[in-house]
Structure formats: C-alpha cells, structure tokens
Design a protein around this ligand. Structure first.
Ligand code: NAG
Length: 530
C-alpha cells in the first residue's frame, strides 16, 4: 500500500531528473519472484532475477514467421480482456524496441516441445524450436500472470511479470487424457472445454473412446446405422448422441490449434454391442442384440470368422484415418472375454495391418500384446504389467495408464459421490506420488512414450462431473509426464497446487477440494510489493 501511495511522487522525481532509463529499472512493484511462482507442470529450470516487466498500453506481441502468428493471437486474446489494452499482434519490427513480447523460432533450442522464456524489465522473449514449444512458453507466461486473468474480464491497469529465465522441455512426448464419450455422450462444446483446460497444463493428446457397448459416437458414412441406431443409447437409457464427420473434424482442428492431437479409439473385438445392434451381420448368430444401457463389460464380440467383419473395420478405419491427422488410431482390444485367445490373436494381427494400410500406427490396451505386434504398435498398460512387458519383448513401446494411479474415474475415497473403485481409491497425493519409469519392474524410461489418464464415464453425466474427477488430479498427472522425476516431490508440489486454487476457480472448474492439499488464495500482483 505504502508503495502505491509513493509511486506517483517517485515518477515525478524521475521525470524531474530527466533520467527515465535509470528510473525504469526501479519498477514500483514486483510480483513474487519467479522461483516461487506456482507453475504446474514445474519447469525444468528457473532462474529468477528479482524484478518485473510491466505489460502496458504500448505492449504488442511480435512474431517473425507466419506459422507463429496464431500463437501470438492466442496470447493476445488472453491479455486483451485482462488489461483492456489493444495488444496488437504484428510481424517483428526490424529494430526491436521496449515493452513488447517476442515469439521466435530458433535452432538454438533443440527439443521439439521445449522453450525458453526470457523476461527482462524491458520486454519478454519466448524462443522455441517448433511452434509447440512457443505455445508451451505462452502457457508458462499465462501462469506467471495473476489467476484473475482467466476470468476474461479486466484485472488491473498494470500486469506485472516477474523477470528471469525459464528453460523448459518435457520428459515424455505423449501426455494425454482419455475421455469415454460412449458410456455417456459429451457434445462438441464439452470436448472443447476439456481441450482448453488440458492445454493450460501442456498436455498434448486427447484420446477419445468413440465406441463401446453402450453407444457408437462417430459418423461412418459407409455404415450409417452405427450412429443412427447405435448412437441413440447410453448408460442409464439416455438419448446418447454422436459426432458428425464435420463435428469431429472441428474438434480435431480445435485441438490442433492448441497443440493437442486427437487419438480416436474404436474398441474391438469386444465392447461392440452398439455396432452389433446396428449391423446384425457382424454378430456370429446374425441377430441384432438390444441396445445396452448397463455397465457390465466383456460380453460382446465382433464375429472373428466372418469376412464382413474385416470389410467393416477396413471401412471404419479408412474413414477415421482420412479425418485424423495424428499418427495413431486406437483399436481397443480390452476385455474380449467371450473371444477365445485363438481367435483374438489373428483378429488383432489383422486389425493392426488394416490400420497401417490406412497410414496410421496402432495403440491398443495391454491385452493386444498376446498377438504379434507390428513394429510401431504401442501397448497401453492399464491392468497387467506382464502384458506390457510381453509387448516390450516384441519391441513395442508402452503408454502408461495403470488403473491404480492414472484412472481418473476412480473415486478419491469411499465417500466420493461419483466414480468407481474396482482398481483403487486414488486421492490427489496418490495420483501424483508415482513415477512412470519405476512403476513396474521391467518397464523403464526408454520403453515408455508417456502417460494417458483415462476418464471412463459410467458414472459421469455432466461437465461438472468430468471436472470433479479430472481436477485437480490431472495437474499432477501432467507434471508426471513433463517434469523430471528428480525434481518432483509431493510436499513441494502440494503447496504449488494449493496456491493454484484461485486459477482453478477463475477458470470456473468444479474441482475436488481434497483435504490433503493446503488450498490457499494468493494474489501474485500484491503478494510481495516491496
Ligand atoms: C475397465 C474397462 C472399461 C471400463 C473401466 C472402468 C479398460 C481398458 N476397460 O474394466 O471399459 O469403463 O474399466 O474403470 O479400462
């Protein structure tokens, strides 16, 4: 308060002395220094220099190549409502001047998703090798600003950024969440909100579980009844829904703009009741089962012996591959309890080849390791370490989703109103306190592509429900994928997470207020005015 009162006089004296430059180095207020910022995931290297840069009415965002322009605009759209300033976005001036934020691509940063964020009193530079790195630098800058910027309304006349250098890059390349849109359907706007929230924490994959016993959620033009009939149900008997191909492409693009790749899953040969109900010829007995609204698993299977089954999956993967720019298609493969192993193995062998024919690599749940894996196939460890290890034995990489740690549909404790607990109760500390590379003997860092945290939705009906189970656990899971293990520690993390309260609230997230987290309101701007 004291400083605020004296600040105008201080300025007048400076102007009087006609030595503005030297006065400029004495900023009136300094936000908490960089090292103490509440960044999640924690950056690899933070070097604070103890002063601040002020975003003001002159500040523009400048970029040097066209591919960076959308990232500059993304940042401007965060800063404009928070400051009320114009914050123009423009090509970099030939003579750099003060007060601006520069986004530049450079070979001096080598990691694909890494970045350097350099804040001095007279400006900010974010450098990266690829646009993705710049986007993550922007997300870090966003978290250096007060939480109230997330409200989309004016925060104050000055926005201060603590000075220093942050050098950062992720430990793992695959950092994702899976959303089950089959058990309960979620529309395009809900999926976009999930994408927006994940991008803040530098997650880069959204795996969409698009088909299951309870509903088929993606339009396939050559098999229209999949959505016409198979899309019209969900757990509990609701009306379900599906994405048209246009809507799916819109989701893919929206995600791409936030450096998130959509990984679509069509689960097979089990978890296929909705498909069988839509096309009885896919069933060995040729009869269409009723649509299913319950929550059992493992009772359905495509008919492995019929040639039409392979025509079906060829058409489905063909259409899906054509509208999916990402490198992976997920073929499910879990809990095919009514498919004997002697049938399951040739089916998975053939399904992999069909996916690769359409130019994509395969991911499948860990049971697929019983089959002969193609060299690029990824095994998603959810239940059995021995399956993942079997996959590694065949040269496959592993995506880590152990249900006891990474399943977002598990309840926090016995009184959590939604969620399941067949694998474990997973409190916020338990979701954080483990490591991908040491979780299972026989699976080490070089075998692992990253982490995927599944949210199955048998008990999840609304966006509020999604948020309650996903937040705050996903922040810890994001950090597991990003921050080196040697720099992670629950006792330190829980304070950072607790100080994240204002941001979660400003983002209007219905998070679970775990009693294991020291939640605290902090105002970055006012906390440490000198
Ligand atoms: C598993 C099933 C899934 C179900 C989930 C609930 C996998 C790979 N399969 O039984 O269909 O929704 O648990 O936690 O997780």
């Amino acid at each position: 308060m004291k400083n605020k009162i004296f600040y105008p006089y201080f300025l007048i004296i400076c102007i009087g002395l006609v030595s503005l430059t030297s006065c400029e180095t004495k900023k009136p207020a300094i936000p908490r220094d960089l090292a103490k910022q509440q960044l999640i995931p924690k950056p690899v290297n933070v070097n604070a220099t103890g002063s601040s840069f002020e975003i003001n009415g002159n500040t523009s965002i400048q970029y040097q190549s066209d591919e960076v322009q959308p990232i500059a605009t993304y940042l401007a759209e965060i800063l404009r409502p928070a400051t009320g300033f114009e914050i123009p976005v423009k090509v970099m001036d030939s003579k750099p001047s003060s007060d601006h934020i520069f986004l530049t691509l450079t070979d001096s940063i080598t990691s694909n998703e890494g970045y350097e964020l350099i804040t001095k009193e007279n400006g900010i530079v974010i450098k990266a090798n690829k646009p993705a790195g710049l986007f993550y630098g922007v997300q870090t800058l966003r978290q250096l600003l007060p939480a109230s910027i997330e409200k989309g309304t004016k925060v104050s006349d000055t926005l201060l950024v603590a000075t220093g250098i942050i050098t950062d890059s992720p430990s793992y390349g695959y950092r994702g969440v899976m959303l089950d849109v089959s058990r309960h359907f979620f529309g395009v706007d809900d999926v976009k909100r999930v994408i927006d929230l994940l991008s803040i924490y530098k997650m880069n994959r959204l795996h969409l579980h698009l088909s299951d016993d309870q509903g088929w959620r993606i339009e396939i033009k050559s098999w229209p009844n999949l959505t016409k009939h198979g899309g019209s149900s969900e757990v509990g008997g609701g009306e379900g829904g599906f994405y048209t191909q246009e809507q799916y492409k819109d989701i893919v693009k929206y995600a791409q703009d936030r450096f998130i790749t959509i990984v679509p899953e069509i689960d097979m040969p089990g978890h296929t009741n909705a498909a069988l109900a839509s096309y009885p010829e896919l069933n060995c007995n040729g009869k269409a089962p009723e649509l299913y609204h319950g929550t059992n698993v493992g009772f359905s299977t495509l008919c492995i012996d019929k040639e039409i089954t392979y025509k079906f999956i060829d058409d489905v993967f063909g259409e899906l591959a054509a509208m999916t720019p990402g490198e992976y298609i997920h073929i499910g493969g879990d809990e095919s309890h009514v498919t004997p192993l002697k049938d399951f193995i040739p089916f998975i062998n053939r399904a992999q080849k069909i996916v690769e024919k359409h130019g994509k690599k395969v991911i499948g749940w860990d049971e697929i390791a019983h089959a002969e894996l193609l060299p690029n196939t990824v095994v998603q460890y959810w239940s059995k370490g021995e399956n993942a290890i079997k996959g590694i034995g065949q040269g496959a990489k592993v995506l880590m989703s152990p249900a006891t740690k990474a399943y977002l549909d598990m309840q926090y404790d016995s009184i959590t109103p939604i969620g399941l607990h067949w694998a474990a109760y997973i409190e916020v500390d338990e979701a954080y306190n483990w490591d991908l590379a040491t979780f299972e003997e026989g699976i080490s860092k070089e075998n692992i592509i990253g982490i995927d945290a599944p949210l199955w939705t048998e008990t999840v009906q609304t966006m509020d429900d999604i948020e309650y189970l996903v937040f705050p656990r996903v922040l810890g899971l994001a950090e597991i994928g990003w921050t080196p293990t040697s720099q992670r520690n629950w006792n330190e993390y829980k304070v950072r997470l607790g100080n994240h309260k204002d941001r979660l609230e400003a983002l209007d997230i219905n998070y679970y207020p775990s009693t294991r987290v020291p939640w605290k309101s902090v105002s970055v701007q006012n906390d440490s005015i000198i």
